[in-house]
Design a protein around this ligand. Sequence first.
Ligand SMILES: Cc1ncc(COP(=O)(O)O)c(C=O)c1O
Length: 390
Amino acid sequence: MIKLQKSTFLHENETKEKLCEFIKQSRFLSMGNECKKFENNFSQKQGRGYSVFVNSGSGANLLLIQALLNGGQLKKGDVVAVSALTWSTNIMPIIQLGLQPFLVDCEINSLNVSIRTLEEAFQIEPNIKALFLTNTLGLADDIAGIADFCSKNKIILLEDNCEALGSIINGKLLGNFGLASTFSFFVGHHLSTIEGGMICTDNEKLYESIVMSRSHGWDRHLSPDSQKKIRKQYGIDDFFAKYTFYDLAYNLRPTEINGFIGNNQINYWDFIVDKRFNNFIRLHKAIENNKDLVALKFGHMDVVSSFAIPVILKDQLLAADYKKKFTDAEVEIRPMIAGNMARQPFYRKYVSNPGSQPNAEFIHSHSFYFGNNPELTNEELDVLEKLLRF
Ligand SMILES: Cc1ncc(COP(=O)(O)O)c(C=O)c1O
């Protein structure tokens, strides 16, 4: 069986042995030095000013929206555009926190929001205040053009980069095109810390707001200067300083176990991205040569840090045949992320007008994906290549 995910993290046995040693010699395992070190390592690798480590990618999305509300960049009732092809917890925080989601369609051959689909959405809904863009499956459309469009129209650009760690366009890593970006380190994602997520930004004010909302709304993880400032602003004395809660918050902290694994796995970043890219290129050659399948557009990208391999059929009946072919060959497959979000019961329950997303609908009924990971063997790649051939 070629499963969607192979292992909990890369070099699993060796990493687990190191982890056991770390746990044995550690006195405290709640968020501390390993988490801080992982944040610094991640900022350096991603090329961002600030990184905040959290419990999951979903936690990162929730926390980012909360921090933007706390800071006043977003207000209750604002319209936030999102990709129709995304994960539930990219959209749910928008609804949970009293904002209005607006689904933006994707392009069939990039699986991502394009300037064209964004402009179309903007014509229907000119009050879009933010775009929480998902970089689907490690791919992206013209994201630099999207960033320009957002800046011209005063739309805050946020990237859900949970599926695209390491992808590069015009020499720039995905996750570095907007005000902030989120990452997931759940098993099966590019880097795994078992559970985990990150928020990156270059904006100090937003960073401080995120840090406070990660832990109860207190100031304990701000710099001494910032602590002094906020305590003075609110007239807080030393006795109450550690127990003052400045704004709405959660507890979305990771543990030292996640931090330790992150510091171990981040060393494999380049290896993981290279392997995933090479697998993608190899398998996409078979896709290109198969007239049943839609070839993907990625010539504008320097690196596709592929999350999974999308199989898009031109004909719906053929989709059923291909799904059977892969399943019979014991290759685990699944819907393209979760299909068109407009169809999800939660979306129907909370959003009265789901709008129209013809391309996401096409993807919903004409496609599936199978796993890509750095541990796929040559023999397994042969099997997959053969299945993709016409
Ligand atoms: C685009 C996207 N956003 C958010 C998430 C949530 O990440 P997590 O599972 O770490 O909560 C996922 C998970 O796969 C995802 O694909």
